[in-house]
Write a new protein. Structure first.
Length: 251
């Protein structure tokens, strides 16, 4: 029974990528002491790593950016195109690092004039070819897994700007945990951005809903809108309607 539970826990952590101890206790209906003992067994196998408040899967738990891009590709392109329609002349926007957010600039009028903050390499490369875009970079250390720049020594680079719209990515989205992310350095940037932005939009394909990871960078009720497809769970439609969150469908 114990060995079967440990294997189930390992499989669950692998699926989630990262997860808190409290959530593991809830999912498997065991005490925190039991979970800690099981986690110690898994750590000996070398497939998980303990972090503050939870665990991460370390054996191929992070799919490369290139491979993640092909999952739900058509859906992500449609979401990116819908989000692009929200960008107006002279906006000051932030585009987050992610396989869905990276689609936005592919669908913007190349003559449009606006200011763009970002930490994503692909977005930087696209924006560099747009002559009317003022490009501002965030982050000073390159992270290859997500093709993004992380780490901020001078936080005033974010706090000095009044951002009109932020187009955010999330590893997981849930009603209870909000918009979540697994990486502490990425989390720090995301949290600063949403705190400085007037209108925050989440870009999320259907696979992101009802999942959560270790770090919440924004409660779900605090955002302006969600750009997504029409097949999201019904409880999220009801939640958005009751909290005046715009649901912007891509199809």
């Amino acid at each position: 029974m114990k060995l079967q539970r440990i294997q189930q826990i390992e499989n669950y952590i692998q699926q989630q990528g990262s997860i808190s101890l409290d959530e593991l206790c809830h999912v498997f209906n065991v005490s925190k002491n039991t979970i800690r003992r099981d986690i110690n067994e898994l750590e000996k196998r070398g497939t998980i790593k303990k972090v503050y408040g939870g665990v991460v899967y370390v054996e191929n738990n992070l799919v490369s950016f290139e491979n993640r891009t092909i999952y739900n590709q058509t859906e992500k392109e449609q979401i990116g195109a819908r989000a692009a329609s929200l960008i107006k002349e002279e906006d000051l926007i932030y585009v987050d690092s992610g396989t869905t957010t990276s689609q936005i600039l592919k669908h913007i009028d190349p003559e449009l004039s606006f200011t763009l903050l970002t930490n994503n390499l692909d977005i930087i490369n696209l924006a560099a070819a747009m002559k009317n875009v003022q490009l501002i970079l965030i982050g000073n250390s390159y992270k290859r897994d997500t093709r993004s720049f992380v780490g901020i020594e001078d936080e005033t680079i974010v706090t000095r700007y009044n951002i009109n719209k932020a187009f955010m990515a999330a590893t997981g989205v849930s009603i209870t945990s909000g918009l979540t992310n697994s990486d502490l350095m990425e989390y720090r940037i995301k949290k600063m951005i949403v705190e400085r932005t007037k209108d925050v939009y989440l870009l999320a394909d259907s696979s992101k809903f009802d999942h959560s990871t270790l770090l919440t960078y924004s409660p779900l009720e605090n955002i302006k809108g969600i750009v997504t497809s029409r097949d999201i769970p019904e409880e999220y439609v009801e939640f958005c309607n009751s909290h005046t969150i715009e649901l912007l469908y891509s199809n």
